[in-house]
Design a protein around this ligand. Structure first.
Ligand code: TRP
Length: 477
């Protein structure tokens, strides 16, 4: 089914403002939304935290978190965007105003402002990390000399060189701005409809490759044979936090994309599809990466350096390794780009819808601002002393800007945003808006009931728990 402008449901539902732009097809919307979800979180972070927390049991808990917390919040964001018909701030305000709840205005304003700030902050450092992938692509094709001693020293040199990090960050930001300037249909949808199938294609080819070169059996066993005595409470908290991050929840990315949909029909199914693609890509990436790691006789728990250090060295010693390295870093860049696009779109739509700024001016102006902030993250020798009282949120001692912004957003702002969005969707909007996406389903009323319970009680409590543990208000002993 396509979200065509003439669909009957458009007349039934809140009208769509045509001047805002919209997705042309259902496929395009799914690629953009799945592109937002599939990012560095899937290909860089998921494999390394799974490695650190011991594999199978962690994966199982992570899958449970996607279903219990991720999916309900995904639907909440999509329906708020679709029914609110505006940027994240405006959509939240519109729907809470409709319900007339006095708490609604306050909660939705705070959630909206924080969402926009999260977008700014995350993109500034995300672009720096994505830039590292561009550098490694350059090294793989032989355009940039590797440091003597392999990927470890190459990565360290890159990390310590402000010039290199800033250069790739600049390149990556320019590309992101150009795509978002092109609009929803002509820019974001068009690009993501190519990036996502390309990304999945590369992953499948890599899967075939490791099927030949070996390690596949060990990898599958590591990921899918649960070993529960390795599971710690800390791992459970990490799984829940990551389920949330990997689906791009808590900062209105799905609210924003949902606002460019022309119909409520299919939103529930779309949410499930996005989560399935995201989870599928994470598991596939994990399978490929661990196959390479085990075939090379390395350990799974290498930490954040897994894809930038362990992997490139292993590729080097494999047959056809250059091609595989190139494929892998293209994959990483595709994943990061479609996520960066949605991060920028959250903030651009805020300026366009709230202040009537033109899309091109908003994208360019924000691009410069975010680029400037990102320069602080590109400079790893620039550190800031963290006052003791804030060390739970921001880390201890002297911290680089990249770590500060990463911690601030993923430990505090996204979970807090998620709680506020869950509370808004569960309690502060009308029943009609809340259940709009379930109306057309055969077993709609039953699903709507189950969802309402999860979004009112389960999601806010669990996410609040993660927030308190991550910010070190609750200690797991
Ligand atoms: N989901 C992205 C990833 O897995 C990261 C991310 C978190 C994100 N929040 C977001 C991307 C909001 C876009 C919008 O890497």
């Amino acid at each position: 089914m396509e979200y065509s402008p003439r669909a009957v449901s458009d007349q039934e539902n809140t009208e769509v403002d045509p001047s805002r732009g919209s997705f042309g097809t259902r496929f395009g919307f799914l690629m953009a939304a799945a592109g937002s979800a599939v990012g560095l979180g899937n290909i860089w972070k998921f494999p390394y935290i799974t490695g650190e927390y011991g594999g199978g049991a962690f994966v199982l808990v992570y899958l449970a978190c996607i279903v219990i917390v991720g999916l309900p919040l995904m639907y909440a964001e999509l329906i708020i965007g679709r029914r609110g018909g505006s940027d994240v701030f405006g959509a939240l305000r519109n729907l809470t105003a409709k319900s007339g709840s006095p708490a609604g205005a306050a909660v939705s304003s705070v959630a909206g402002i924080m969402a926009v700030l999260s977008g700014l902050f995350i993109l500034s450092f995300y672009s720096v990390v994505a830039g590292w992938a561009v550098h490694f692509l350059g090294v793989s094709v032989g355009a940039i000399p590797a440091a003597p001693g392999g990927a470890g020293p190459t990565f360290t040199a890159l990390f310590e060189s402000f010039e290199w990090s800033a250069t790739w960050h600049t390149v990556f930001m320019i590309i992101t701005v150009v795509v978002v300037s092109g609009g929803i249909n002509g820019g974001i949808e068009k690009i993501c409809s190519r990036l996502m199938p390309g990304l999945i294609g590369i992953l499948l080819l890599m899967l075939v490759y490791v099927g030949v070169t070996g390690g596949l059996g060990d990898s599958l066993e590591f990921l899918f044979a649960p070993n529960f005595h390795k599971l710690s409470m800390e791992a459970v908290v990490e799984a829940l936090g990551h389920a949330f991050f990997t689906l791009s929840l808590g900062m209105g990315a799905m609210v924003t994309y949902g606002s460019y949909l022309k119909s409520d029909r299919g939103i529930v199914r779309d949410g499930v599809t996005i989560a399935l693609i995201d989870t599928g890509v994470a598991l596939l990436a994990g399978t490929v990466i661990f196959a390479v790691v085990f075939a090379g006789g390395k350990e799974a728990g290498a930490g954040p350096g897994l894809v930038f250090v362990t992997l490139p060295d292993l590729f080097d010693s494999m047959p056809g390794g250059t091609v595989i390295a190139i494929a892998f870093f293209v994959l990483l860049i595709f994943a990061a780009l479609s996520s960066a696009i949605s991060l920028l779109e959250v903030v651009v739509s805020f300026l366009v819808d709230r202040f009537g700024v033109s899309r091109k001016a908003a994208a360019a102006g924000l691009g410069v601002a975010i680029w400037g902030l990102g320069l602080l993250s590109a400079n790893s020798s620039l550190t800031f002393g963290i006052p003791g009282a804030l060390s739970g949120f921001l880390g201890e001692g002297d911290k680089a800007m990249l770590d500060i912004l990463d911690n601030l957003t993923t430990r505090v702002m996204l979970p807090l945003g998620g709680v506020l969005i869950a509370v808004t969707a569960g309690w502060l909007i009308t029943k009609e808006d809340r259940e709009a996406g379930f109306e057309h389903l055969e077993r709609g009323p039953g699903y709507a009931k189950a969802w309402t319970f999860l979004i009112r009680f389960v999601a806010p409590v669990l996410v609040l728990f993660v927030l308190l543990v991550k910010a070190e208000f609750i200690s797991l002993g």
